[in-house]
Ligand binder design. Structure first.
Ligand SMILES: Nc1ncnc2c1ncn2[C@@H]1O[C@H](COP(=O)(O)OP(=O)(O)OC[C@H]2O[C@@H]([n+]3cccc(C(=O)O)c3)[C@H](O)[C@@H]2O)[C@@H](O)[C@H]1O
Ligand SMILES: Nc1ncnc2c1ncn2[C@@H]1O[C@H](COP(=O)(O)OP(=O)(O)OP(=O)(O)O)[C@@H](O)[C@H]1O
Ligand SMILES: [Mg+2]
Length: 277
């Protein structure tokens, strides 16, 4: 029933790759999007966090092309939970593109938060979110000063699963790759000339040392993408999705659970309806 497809050297249950012409159209569409957001804001370029991961790398490649490397400012923000290799990859990306970048150590900033509320300092989710939100504050600090916008790096898979920190890495002005599933981000990255080791790197939020997205969510991205495309975004029922992909029902349930319970992250904070008394 299920047909295994190899995508960029990986085995994927559903091949979501774009054709060459679709890829070119998508690239042009994203480049125009970035230019429009910056010019509509009357901004002088954009700032983004560089993590050495595929999402920020792809976004940086696209934005450098859209805006010119002189108008893109990268910030690498290491903490004690970041692997050194990722931080040096982040610098490598900035150097490859020839963009201005700063390295800002955020451990001392996070420590201030941990010191003033030590009860939460050992809670890896709560503490991990402090690193993420600290980066957001710094991104806007630079953007305000330089009259730039903040580029987000969220993709469609993360957005639908709520796999981001509310008002953290999602606190941005736009998400250029926000309509692409993770599998398609990898494909676009490869077509843009992103080095293979970055294209195939294991995704990690790095909120704590050794974290990987797939381990935390309990499902691999290729399966997540397939369930999202067929069932959450698409028209297939749960049973048809299970049959088509050859996955068990619990896997589909898990993806749907992540989608449903993160609904609040995809909306502006609600207020009671106006009673107009
Ligand atoms: N139903 C509801 N209606 C309104 N608000 C609701 C809510 N449920 C929770 N909340 C609020 O949301 C908070 C929880 O959300 P949040 O603070 O985001 O925290 P949470 O979702 O618990 O953690 C963030 C998740 O995103 C992942 N992440 C973060 C950053 C980057 C990446 C990456 O891929 O790089 C991944 C991270 O690994 C973790 O799994 C609660 O403390 C509460 O304030
Ligand atoms: N140490 C860091 N320094 C600077 N920016 C960071 C750092 N960690 C995370 N970020 C920012 O937060 C974003 C969200 O992280 P996320 O892990 O989802 O993306 P990624 O690292 O680019 O790719 P992947 O999901 O494959 O690991 C990053 O793309 C980057 O913009
Ligand atoms: Mg990452």
């Amino acid at each position: 029933m299920s047909e295994e497809t190899t995508v960029l050297g990986r085995s994927a249950p559903l091949d979501l790759r774009l054709s060459d012409s679709e890829l070119e159209t998508t690239r042009d569409h994203v480049l125009q999007f970035v230019r429009d957001v910056v010019s509509d804001a009357g901004a002088d370029g954009a700032v983004l966090g560089l993590s050495g991961g595929i999402d920020s790398t792809t976004t940086a490649f696209l934005a450098a092309e859209a805006l010119g490397e002189e108008n893109l400012h990268g910030i690498v923000m290491p903490s004690e939970v970041n692997a050194e290799e990722n931080m040096s990859d982040a610098e490598r990306v900035a150097q490859m593109l020839g963009i201005e970048y700063d390295v800002i150590e955020i451990q001392p900033i996070a420590e201030e938060f941990f010191d003033v509320f030590p009860e939460a300092a050992d809670d890896k989710q709560a503490a991990g979110n402090v690193y993420v939100r600290t980066r957001a504050v710094l991104g806007y600090f630079v953007a305000n000063y330089e009259n730039k916008i903040v580029l987000g790096t969220g993709n469609r898979s993360e957005a639908l699963l709520g796999y981001f920190t509310k008002y953290g890495d999602q606190a941005v002005d736009c998400n250029p790759i926000g309509n692409l599933y993770k599998q398609q981000v990898r494909q676009l990255a490869a077509s843009l000339g992103v080095p293979d080791d970055l294209v195939s790197k294991t995704p990690s939020a790095e909120m704590w040392a050794g974290q990987t997205d797939e381990e935390e969510m309990g499902v691999d991205y290729d399966t997540i993408d397939a369930v999202l495309a067929l069932h959450v975004d698409g028209p297939l029922s749960k049973a048809a999705t299970v049959r088509h992909l050859g996955v068990d029902e619990a896997t589909v349930d898990r993806v749907v659970e992540l989608y449903e319970r993160s609904e609040h992250k995809r909306h502006m904070p609600p207020a009671p309806e106006s009673l107009r008394p």
